[in-house]
Design a protein around this ligand. Structure first.
Ligand SMILES: [Mg+2]
Length: 272
């Protein structure tokens, strides 16, 4: 089940990488895994979203499931400085908040520091016994503002519900935190595409990912919907794809995409 989630996240990430920063509607609807784009990577290359998720996974594997934020931070730094957990040992993309936090050792606390940089890497905690406080502490390694921490807690709860076999609609209905700025989550499936924003703001990313999951009925449709929203394509597709991996299993991911995914050996050695 962890494997389904992580592979689902990685495939979504790799699908979205070539389209990152592209505005919605300015490219032909994406249907397959390709290379190129802003980052110029070969097809199937995952980015920071997956590498930091794998670092989190590897930490939980090493500790036997215990949350050790210092260990996780060290692994993030190893990724940033030496390309650990990256395909070809090459880190080609890092968020500004994440880079600053890893250099200074302190997560950002400002209202404007609520990018999706902790949400995109938090999924492995769904497969641990981490408490809400611990989930927030893991977010706070880089993103310490309450909005980022709350988004991570909500996402981990959703993933746990889906892993327990609860339907997507019921899991969304069970979201506990729908106070500002999370007021739209319960009704997300009913919103038209025009009202879904796919920016790097953590609330936008969580909404967009849930919208893609709730309005589609298979893995491919979910992650393609995410990539075709534009803007932060790789992260929205990664956040959506992680949940879709849980719902539809690795067997539900198109085989050509699994075959094209690079760095599968890195994924396999970080699982627990
Ligand atoms: Mg990325």
């Amino acid at each position: 089940m962890l494997k389904d989630a992580i592979v689902g996240l990685a495939v979504g990430d790799a699908l979205g990488v070539p389209y990152e920063f592209r505005a919605r509607g300015t490219y032909q609807a994406v249907e397959d895994m390709v290379g190129g784009g802003f980052h110029g990577q070969p097809a199937g290359t995952f980015s920071d979203d997956t590498s930091m998720t794998l670092a989190t996974c590897d930490s939980l594997r090493a500790t036997g499931g215990a949350v050790d934020v210092d260990d996780m931070r060290r692994r993030f730094v190893a990724w940033m400085e030496r390309g650990e957990y990256a395909v070809d040992h090459r880190m080609f993309d890092i968020g500004g908040t994440t880079a600053t936090a890893l250099r200074t050792g302190t997560g950002a606390t400002g209202t404007h520091d609520n990018g999706n940089g902790s949400l995109m890497r938090i999924l492995p905690l769904a497969f641990s016994d981490a408490t809400d406080d611990e989930i927030a502490q893991v977010s706070a390694i880089t993103h310490a503002h309450s909005t980022s921490c709350r988004a991570c807690v909500t996402y981990v709860h959703l993933a746990r519900d889906l892993a327990a076999g609860i339907s997507v609609a019921d899991a969304i209905a069970r979201i506990e935190d729908t106070a500002v700025p999370f007021t739209r989550l319960h009704g997300i499936a009913d919103l038209p595409r025009d009202e879904i924003h796919s920016s790097g703001y953590v609330v936008d990313t969580l909404e967009a990912a849930l919208w893609c999951l709730a309005t589609t009925t298979d893995y491919a449709a979910c992650v393609l919907a995410a990539v075709n929203l534009g803007e932060d394509t790789d992260t929205v597709a990664a956040v959506a794809g992680g949940l879709a991996g849980i719902v539809y299993d690795e067997a539900g991911i198109p085989k050509p995409w699994l075959d094209a995914l690079r760095g599968r050996d890195i994924i396999d050695r970080c699982l627990f």
